[in-house]
Structure formats: structure tokens, C-alpha cells
Ligand binder design. Structure first.
Ligand code: XMP
Length: 518
């Protein structure tokens, strides 16, 4: 079955939760795409969705220039679910009235069923009640024509509306956020029962479909891929290898700024276990030389990024007949580069991702993950047989330890940091904390402090430990690790790593700090 034959269209009005709606639809095993609210009606018809979801948004429907949909959208005969702002648009279109609420409602509310809730609330209420997450300033005061109220809260007398005959539904709360505990039931009901989707979007089917498409695209051509050991490029490599075997060559550049034994692990997983053709380039010396005497963070990033591309190009030139470059681009990257309104506009640090395509390379681009969210990439990674630890590994920046050694990068520092980091991560795994944390790592501080070991005075370096919890890496809080665990990590690092006599813990949030130290 074609996994794209059923699809939901999500029109984005700028809510911070829009991507979550898409994730919920995918969790119901249905394909969906996110598009700007002003998507052309012809384009919508051509896209042919089984259902449309209108997201929330920061504006009021009466604001000047408030985003709206083409009126005829509601006449297409396609089921619509309006969420928050989306519901208000629906109400307005059918002659309802939306007014500013007496007070902005933000947080939990008890949703109470009213009248006879139709199919949209199947399985949602328990004894006529369900906790939901509200975040809105306006609400529907006068009901739109042909609609009935099917739920209310203490502050919102019109918390959900429906017109069952036309399959139009609106909810004032946010079913897509985790704070609405049964929200996924509602999204699942909408896409399956109301829109009639069967749910063919499963890891197994996604892989099968991707393999067919890769084969169609590439034929008998040769493909190269820059393997970094990170989740996205690893899953892309495994998938493409499954599709075209040794037409794929991966280039793995060991820049000397990787974690302990990382290069060997990548080679073991791909070359030995999966039979992927991987060229390993040991380029530690070149990177260290290029970084010699440089301590400015941005300059270090640029040097590492440019040298990576230079080496990658050298290797690519040796694989002369390759006409495709594969990249592990994922759906959020696509949404962002399509000009989605993320808060990322400001360039705080220049991010370099492995595999950036130099203009003059003129290779065709193969991006088999570009419809997938990170959690879907992980699911298919596991299905393809990649090790659990690789698939669930915390993010690691492109410039690697280069931005975790403050100031000038030296081999001596990188070796110390690698060992300290490995002990830290090992203890997090053993204690069961690794999977609860979004990202954890050690940082090397090139300052010396005085200590005492046995009978002797020491004068050695400091290691800082960082652990954060975050959903989107735009904001983050520091993790409250148990003191006992911190104590164990600290004494192991000081005892086992030569050159370190002091360990400190980073208790800064983002903002105003960032996750990495450089
Ligand atoms: P910051 O330090 O900006 O990090 O709060 C946010 C997330 O991005 C990762 N990061 C990078 N990833 N290349 C990458 O691929 C980079 O240059 C880079 N810099 C930061 C960081 O590890 C965190 O997950």
C-alpha cells in the first residue's frame, strides 16, 4: 500500500505547538504535512488530503492582517478540525462571534461534555470529564450556524463545537500537547474515524517505501554520504545501504575531536556488522594543525567546518563516478529552511552540519529522511538494526570536542576530555539517568587549580559537567542529578583521569547560557 495515499494537511497559523500536531497525526500512523495557512486552494485540492487541521496561533481573528484561510476551504467537503485559533476561524466563517475572554485562560482545565458529543470525542471523556490544556485569549461567544456546543470548561462556555453533517469540528483546547493527557485519542479519532484513514505510516512501511523510492531515483548510479556517527546520517546510511548496497560509499572523517572510541564504534557498526562500504579518513593531525593557536569559538567552528568540507571533497573526488550526495536532512530542517517561523532566526552560534553541500560539487541530492521527525528516524533506525545506543544517543555538535575544549584545542586536552566524558556517560547509563536527560557531556577548562593527592600537592585541570533537559534545544534547564551520583562521577574522574584534580557542575539554564560552552 502506498504510504502517502492517505494524508492529513495541517495549516499553520503560527502556534508554537504546530509541529506537535504533526507528530500526533504521525503517531496515529497517518502521513501529514505542515503548510503555511495561506496555501493555495488549488494546491490543497491537488494535494488531496483526507482531512485538514487548522492550528492555533498567536493572533486574534479580528486583528489587522490576522491570518485566515480561503473561505472556500470549508466547502471542499473535506473534514476539518480547528484547534484554538483554528476553531475561532471556523466559528467566524459560519456566522459566529468571537470576543476577547474576560481573562486569558492558560493552563489546565476540566473539560465537561455537553449535549451529545459526536464521534470526535469517542473515548475522550471519563464520566463526562477530561483534563485539557488551555491557552487562549479569545473565545466563541455566539455560536456559528449549523453548529452545536459539545463541551465546556468553567471559563469557556464554548470549548468544543461540531457540525457532524459537514464533518467540521473545533476545539478551544490543545489536544496536541502532553498536558492534555487523552489528546492523542482525539487526534487519532479525527484522522481514523472521521477522515477514514487506515494508518499505513509505520516504520516497516516507511522503510519499504523509502527503499523503492531510492531505487527509482538512483537506479544504478553511485552515491556518497558523509557519515558522522550521529543519528540522522547513520540512519540515512543504513537505509540507503539496504536499498542499493555497495552503490553507496560512506566517508567518515575522524577529526580527532570525537568521543572515546567513537571512530572504532562507527566502523564496527557499519563496516563490520552491516557490510556498508565506509572510507575512514584519519584526519586528527590536519585538524589539530589547522586549530593550532586559535582560541576564538567562531573561528574554531569555521576552521573545523571548512576543513571537513575540504577533506570530504578530496575523498569524493576519488569516488569519481558518484553522481549523488546523500544527506540525513529531516523534516524539521525542511520546515525551518522553508522559512517556518521558528525562534532560530538569530545566529547565536554558527552551526555546521556534516554533509553541507558545496555549491560547485554539482551532485544530485538524495535525502531519504526528509519527511520524518526525529522520533520516526529513531524508530526506523532500530527497525534497520542499528544499535539502540547509537539511535538514542544524545546530540553531538558537528565541531565535536572542538567546542567543548575552551580556547585553544590541543591533543592533550582532547584526550583528557574524552576520558572524563566517557566516565560521566558510563555512570549516567549505569544509574539509568542517561535516557531521562536530553544531553549530557563534559567540558575541558584550560585552567589549573591546586589539589592534594596522597601526600603530594597537585596543580591540574578542571572538568565541568553539563546535563540539560529540553524539548526543542531552544530553551533548556539544568538537570538536578542526585548528589550521590555526582559524587561518584567526580571521584572516578579525579582518580582515573591523569591531569584532572577538580570537577564542577554547570547549573546554568538556557537562556541566558547556551547548552554548549562555546
Ligand atoms: P546551544 O549550545 O546553541 O546548542 O544551546 C543547542 C544544540 O545544538 C547543538 N549544537 C550543534 N550542533 N553543530 C551541530 O550539529 C554545531 O555547530 C552545534 N553547536 C551546538 C548542541 O549540542 C545542542 O544540542
Amino acid at each position: 500500500m502506498d504510504i502517502h495515499s492517505e494524508k492529513i494537511l495541517i495549516l499553520d497559523f503560527g502556534s508554537q505547538y504546530t509541529q506537535l500536531i504533526a507528530r500526533r497525526v504521525r503517531e496515529a500512523h497517518v502521513y501529514c504535512e505542515l503548510h503555511p495557512f495561506d496555501m493555495d486552494l488549488d494546491a490543497i485540492r491537488k494535494y488531496g488530503p483526507q482531512g485538514i487541521i487548522l492550528s492555533g496561533g498567536p493572533k486574534s481573528v479580528y486583528d489587522d492582517g490576522a491570518p485566515a484561510v480561503e473561505e472556500a476551504l470549508f466547502e471542499l467537503g473535506i473534514p476539518v478540525l480547528g484547534i484554538c485559533y483554528g476553531m475561532q476561524l471556523l466559528a467566524l466563517h459560519f456566522g459566529g462571534k468571537v470576543v476577547p475572554a474576560g481573562k486569558r485562560e492558560y493552563g489546565y482545565a476540566d473539560l465537561l461534555s455537553k449535549n451529545k458529543p459526536g464521534p470526535i470525542f469517542d473515548g475522550f471523556f471519563i464520566e463526562g470529564k477530561s483534563p485539557v490544556w488551555m491557552s487562549h485569549g479569545d473565545h466563541v461567544e455566539k455560536m456559528p450556524q449549523g453548529f452545536e456546543i459539545i463541551a465546556q470548561t468553567e471559563n469557556a462556555p464554548v470549548a468544543a463545537i461540531q457540525n457532524v453533517d459537514r464533518s467540521l469540528y473545533g476545539v478551544q483546547f490543545h489536544p496536541e500537547v502532553n498536558h492534555t493527557p487523552r489528546g492523542e485519542i482525539l487526534v487519532d479519532t479525527f484522522v481514523r474515524k472521521i477522515c477514514g484513514c487506515k494508518g499505513s505510516w509505520t516504520p516497516g512501511q516507511i522503510i519499504e517505501d523509502a527503499i523503492t523510492r531510492i531505487n527509482e531515483q538512483v537506479g544504478t548510479d553511485k552515491v556518497i554520504l558523509g557519515l558522522s556517527g550521529g543519528v540522522d546520517s547513520s540512519v540515512a546510511a543504513a537505509l540507503i545501504n539496504r536499498a542499493i548496497g555497495d552503490q553507496l560509499t560512506c566517508v567518515f572523517v575522524d577529526n580527532g575531536l570525537l568521543r572515546l572510541a567513537e571512530g572504532d564504534q562507527v566502523m564496527a557498526t557499519f563496516a563490520q556488522n552491516m557490510g556498508v562500504k565506509v572510507i575512514r579518513v584519519n584526519a586528527e593531525d590536519r585538524f589539530l594543525q589547522a586549530l593550532y593557536g586559535v582560541s576564538d569559538p567562531e573561528q574554531k567552528r569555521r576552521i573545523i567546518g571548512n576543513l571537513f568540507i575540504e577533506i570530504f571533497e578530496e575523498e569524493a573526488a576519488c569516488i569519481m563516478d558518484a553522481t549523488w550526495l546523500a544527506q540525513g536532512t529531516i523534516y524539521p530542517d525542511v520546515i525551518e529552511s522553508a522559512g517556518g517561523k521558528t525562534g532560530k532566526a538569530q545566529n547565536i552560534k554558527s552551526h555546521h552540519n556534516v554533509g553541507g553541500l558545496p555549491e560547485h560539487m554539482k551532485l544530485n541530492l538524495l535525502e531519504p529522511l526528509k519527511e520524518l521527525f526525529k522520533d520516526e528516524v529513531r524508530a526506523i533506525g532500530e527497525e534497520l538494526g542499528l544499535p539502540h545506543q547509537m539511535v538514542w544517543r544524545h546530540p553531538f555538535p558537528g565541531p565535536g570536542l572542538g567546542v567543548r575544549i575552551l580556547g585553544e584545542v590541543k591533543k592533550e586536552y582532547a584526550d583528557i576530555l574524552r576520558q572524563a566524558d566517557a566516565i560521566y556517560i558510563d555512570e549516567l547509563y549505569t544509574s539509568g539517568y542517561y535516557d531521562k536527560i536530553s544531553q549530557a557531556f563534559a567540558v575541558f577548562l584550560p585552567v589549573k587549580s591546586v589539589g592534594v593527592m596522597g601526600d603530594g600537592r597537585t596543580y591540574e585541570y578542571v572538568i565541568a559537567l553539563r546535563a540539560v533537559e529540553t524539548k526543542d534545544f531552544m530553551t533548556a534547564g539544568w538537570t538536578k542529578l542526585p548528589y550521590e551520583l555526582m559524587g561518584r562521577i567526580s571521584s572516578r574522574i579525579i582518580n582515573e583521569v591523569r591531569g584532572v584534580n577538580r570537577v564542577v557542575y554547570d547549573i546554568s539554564s538556557k537562556p541566558p547560557s547556551t547548552i554548549e560552552w562555546e
